[in-house]
Ligand binder design. Structure first.
Ligand code: MN
Length: 615
């Protein structure tokens, strides 16, 4: 009896992974017309194999991309394939798939020189003047794959960011870096992709879990924050593993810088460990100070502008934004609203008094006020502990940062002394104060720049203690000289009052009685005036207001104010005052319109007079 099926002619379809060794002379294959020459036409049998049908062996008229059946006449020693066209109506198709074993990215080094297959998600597509570089992420790591069609021409244009693909290619070393030279790249079907995505997601979930380690010092408040700190650290680890760019924004003072640099060290080292490009830590991570003590529209506008350009030019994902020592108040809301249009995720580490209204914009928010603590647990302390959860290996270079942050922000929490004690062998309290002052002074000259490498020297984390010492000595001397000049100009103009609640109020017009556009700026000038008056009035409640035409900076000791609340009340009570501001409960700032200055200041002073004092 005849079996029809078995008598049908067999035609083979070559899978993406197949190479020359998978085809045999005499057999028939499916192909696609690729182009024409005088002597015949080129037929592609898969992405990497093509052959020539000599014009004498062409049976019909064709145009480019026509499907065609070809028989292999001969495979020449140089790899050239001679084909002939066949025209048959009834045949059976059999798929040939190279079982090139799928390798995990983390295991590629052991396959150097071999052809392998990897499956993963496209995290970045960068077109160079040579090949197209696909950055691929799987459950174990990140790897670049170089695909070349023609110099400067985008290879595999069908493959887009976030697609799940299968790449077959040779594992090579290029410039001391592992790379895959792509033979074929296939975008997986929806079903296949879903399976790979689940596999990556599950593995990442486990891999991103922060280590179980004790904090550097015992702290009840930080213990209560531990779950949220772990959650935040995990989001950052995941972003690194998925090659998502990270933007870190921070308050431009010593505390904010310490917090941000600790996280920078952790993130940058994790990026390097997880196998990105040698310069990945520069284009995948950006740290930038915010001038205002909150994340303002100017900040999100710059960040968005850069991210969208990188997204278009370099095929990068949209970033994760980390805010530290700012981000937790309603002043940040306008920026969050803009960011949410682009689905940009935010995480915040802050110790400013938080407004509940902003939590809907945040993926995680570490703030001591959430657990009964206060601003005494500074952003630098929290940032350093989060940094250790992101990458515990960097602890030795950042363990002194919480002490610097604590003195920089004048923390009065018990953790300040504990963190100082932790590093007492290397840094005295005075040394920490000097570093904090040097940071503030240098940031003044840096303006909007992050000063990534200079700041590392100031913080003594470049392993060059000699340079650190020289730099600190110079910066501290420069800062103190300028502070003394400023004080001798403005202290004689301080006006004092005693309020109904017995608080000493000191007023200084920093606009007309202080040097402008120099160090120390108005906020720090008022702080210095305040510190000197506090020493003079030891044990008494003191409030200092430094004001200009349209702003006032408040410092206080022993007066239980709630500046954010006072600002909110004034905004309602003085229509046309143009009032905004906030900050910490007892240290903050307020803005208003120039024509209403006296009205606003007097109303503010009345509120301060109603506040209870500590005696
Ligand atoms: Mn701070």
């Amino acid at each position: 009896m005849e079996n029809n099926e078995t008598n049908d002619v067999l035609v083979y379809r070559l899978g993406a992974g197949c190479d020359l060794s998978d085809i045999e002379e005499g057999k028939i294959y499916q192909g696609k017309v690729q182009g024409f020459a005088n002597f015949g036409m080129f037929v592609q049998m898969n992405d990497r194999i093509k052959g020539l049908v000599h014009k004498s062996n062409i049976k019909a008229e064709h145009k480019e991309r026509d499907a065609i059946l070809v028989r292999v006449r001969q495979i020449r020693p140089n790899g050239n394939i001679d084909l002939e066209e066949v025209q048959i109506q009834v045949y059976q198709v059999q798929s040939l798939d190279r079982k090139s074993t799928t390798v995990r990215i983390a295991d590629l080094l052991s396959r150097l020189g071999k052809t392998v297959a990897i499956e993963g998600e496209i995290a970045q597509i960068k077109q160079t003047s040579g090949p197209t570089i696909f950055t691929i992420v799987d459950e174990s790591g990140t790897q670049n794959a170089a695909a070349f069609i023609e110099a400067g021409v985008r290879a595999y244009p069908e493959a887009e960011l976030d697609n799940v693909i299968r790449v077959v290619g040779e594992v090579m070393m290029r410039n001391n870096q592992l790379q895959i030279e792509v033979d074929s790249l296939t975008v997986l079907s929806e079903d296949e992709a879903a399976a790979v995505k689940v596999r990556i997601e599950l593995a990442l979930e486990a891999r991103a879990e922060p280590p179980e380690i004790p904090f550097l010092v015992p702290s009840e408040v930080m213990e209560r924050l531990r779950p949220e700190m772990r959650k935040l650290a995990k989001i950052i680890r995941k972003a690194v593993f998925m090659s998502q760019p990270i933007i870190l924004r921070h308050h431009a003072d010593a505390d904010g810088i310490c917090s941000a640099v600790a996280i920078e060290q952790a993130v940058v080292s994790l990026i390097r460990e997880s196998g990105g490009d040698f310069d990945a830590d520069y284009y995948m991570f950006k740290r930038a100070p915010s001038k205002a003590p909150f994340y303002e529209i100017e900040d999100i506008t710059r960040d968005l502008d850069f991210s969208l350009k990188d997204h278009i030019r370099f095929g990068q994902k949209m970033p994760l934004v980390i805010l530290t020592d700012n981000g937790s108040t309603e002043e940040d809301e306008p920026a969050y609203k803009i960011a949410s249009v682009y689905d940009i995720p935010f995480v915040v580490i802050d110790h400013h008094h938080p407004d509940g209204t902003i939590d809907k914009y945040l993926k995680a928010h570490v703030n001591p006020y959430h657990v009964g603590g206060d601003f005494g647990i500074t952003a630098g302390m929290l940032g350093t502990e989060v940094a250790r959860l992101i990458n515990p290996k960097i602890e030795p270079v950042i363990r002194h940062l919480p002490a610097v942050a604590g003195v920089g922000d004048r923390s009065e929490a018990p953790e300040r002394a504990l963190f100082l004690g932790l590093v007492a062998g290397q840094y005295s309290e005075q040394a920490c104060k000097d570093i904090a002052l040097a940071l503030d002074y240098e940031q003044f000259w840096l303006r909007f720049n992050d000063g990534r490498e200079i700041v590392k020297d100031i913080l003594n984390i470049t392993g060059n203690p000699d340079r650190h010492a020289k730099l600190i000595a110079l910066l501290v001397e420069g800062a103190n000289t300028m502070i003394e000049d400023q004080m001798s100009a403005c202290l004689p103009h301080v006006v004092s009052r005693v309020l109904k609640n017995d608080a000493n109020l000191f007023l200084i017009d920093v606009e007309i009685h202080a040097y402008k556009f120099t160090f120390p700026p108005p906020g720090k000038t008022s702080g210095e005036v305040h510190d000197r008056l506090c020493r003079k009035h030891a044990g008494e409640p003191v409030v200092t207001i430094g004001f200009g035409p349209d702003f006032a900076v408040l410092r206080s000791r022993g007066v239980l104010m709630n500046i954010p609340r006072m600002v909110r009340e004034l905004r309602v009570e003085i229509p046309g005052g143009g009032i905004s501001g906030g900050g910490h409960l007892v240290v903050g700032s307020i803005k208003f319109v120039e024509g209403m200055r006296n009205v606003v200041l007097e109303a503010l002073i009345e509120k301060i007079a109603l506040t209870s004092v500590q005696k």
